[in-house]
Design a protein around this ligand. Structure first.
Ligand code: ZN
Length: 411
């Protein structure tokens, strides 16, 4: 076989040769040269079995750095039990971060693997990068490590692997609500950095994960500043939040079927009628240098489903949300939808709502920072404030027909 990096002819390409000649792994070589792994690998490199005997026992007292790394990965939900092993999966784009993490986890007997699996469903060979250790090596630090590892060290590992930066806010998905709550409380009490818990789990999502978002723009800046020195020592961690990359807009379209009527409408829209609404949600922002995306379409869909579709689909709009009781027009719907979504999608740049194929409304509302200061649009709550004309109402509605009072009769 001919190596496209060094030009040598080798019996088979493996990481031993490639790391020597080009400092690439096989998977990176395959991507760089646009070659399917099937064409590069020999059959005995695929689906190689693994044995627990190949792994060293953990050291008696893992270092503090190792314990912090393990806790950060646990918060991130990256420790996956798998047939007697614990695997930490990493992406090929972030191989160096995975190896940085391994460097801290060797005390537990973790090893790096790039494994190649034949998938019978797609007839493709796919590569996976992972850190692996026998589950038995982690028993002492598996549940509640004592004493607890230092918070900021664990948080740095967590953030490098899991945090995302959207429009000036940090989003942090934790594998369990209890971790999210612990981190939120610790940041608030010790550093006066405030976060909000968001519910972004889907109907079919039984992971029980919990999402934190830094509360304000200032909280996001403060958290990055606090973590900067630590993140800068970790490959691809700091650049993920700070690298300047091109901007792009992404749009997701979802539909819901609803009934409504328009109060006091002079034409037939005052009658109860139904229809299919098509909602397009657009998010604009920088392309995350690690994911290559502005926002994950799956997250976008989950958020819109949870906050909007589940509320309105097969419901009566006027009774599904207080804000629409009087006017369930597309315009009012858009203002309402915007205010719901902006908390989860601070990069929200536009929504379009079709009531029919040839009638639609475009809307751009306030930024999250503006909404936090100014509150909800008062347009949505015309009946919250009591009428100022109390006397007039009582006199003319409660006691119709009573003679009008004159100025001199009021004492
Ligand atoms: Zn070579």
């Amino acid at each position: 076989m001919h190596c496209l990096e060094c030009g040598e002819t080798v019996s088979q390409l493996d990481n031993g040769h490639l790391l020597e000649c080009s400092n690439l792994t096989i998977q990176e070589y395959a991507i760089r040269h646009q070659l399917p792994l099937d064409l590069i690998l020999h059959s005995d490199q695929i689906n190689q079995p693994d044995h627990i005997e190949n792994y060293a026992r953990p050291v008696a007292r893992p270092t503090e750095a190792a314990r912090q790394a393990l806790l950060g990965l646990r918060w991130a939900g990256l420790l996956q039990e798998n047939d007697g092993f614990v695997d930490v999966a990493g992406e090929v784009r972030r191989l160096d971060l995975l190896l940085w993490t391994l460097n801290h986890l060797v005390d537990y007997g973790f090893q790096f693997h790039q494994i190649y699996e034949y998938r019978s469903d797609t007839h493709r060979v796919v590569a996976k990068n992972l850190l692996r250790a026998p589950l038995r090596n982690l028993v002492h630090d598996w549940a509640m490590p004592e004493p607890p590892p230092a918070f900021l060290g664990a948080l740095a590992v967590y953030m490098a692997h899991r945090a995302e930066w959207h429009a000036g806010y940090l989003f942090m998905l934790f594998s369990r609500p209890i971790y999210a709550e612990a981190v939120r409380e610790h940041l608030a009490c010790n550093f006066h950095i405030h976060c909000q818990v968001l519910d972004a789990s889907g109907e079919s999502d039984a992971t029980g994960g919990s999402l934190l978002r830094t509360l304000t723009l200032a909280d996001g800046d403060k958290l990055l500043e606090l973590m900067k020195d630590r993140l800068m020592t970790m490959p691809t961690a700091w650049e993920r939040f700070q690298a300047i990359t091109p901007q792009a807009s992404v749009t997701k379209e979802l539909v819901f079927d609803s009934a409504h009527f328009i109060t006091d409408h002079p034409a037939k829209c005052s009658n109860l009628h139904g229809g299919r609404y098509v909602l397009q949600v657009e998010v604009t922002g920088r392309i995350d240098p690690v994911t290559g995306c502005v926002v994950d379409y799956g997250y976008l869909k989950r958020v819109v489903n949870r906050l909007i579709i589940e509320r309105f689909d097969h419901h009566h709009l006027n009774y599904a949300a207080e804000e629409l009781a009087w006017r369930s027009s597309t315009e009012m719907l858009c203002v309402y939808i915007w205010e719901q979504l902006i908390e989860y999608l601070p990069g929200l740049s536009g929504i379009r709502l079709y009531e029919t194929t040839n009638s639609w409304c475009d809307y751009q509302g306030r930024s999250l920072a503006e909404q936090q200061v100014q509150g909800s649009e008062s347009l949505l709550y015309p009946f919250r404030a009591k009428s100022d004309y109390t006397e007039l109402r009582r006199r003319l509605i409660q006691q119709p027909g009573k003679p009008r009072m004159t100025a001199c009769s009021v004492s």
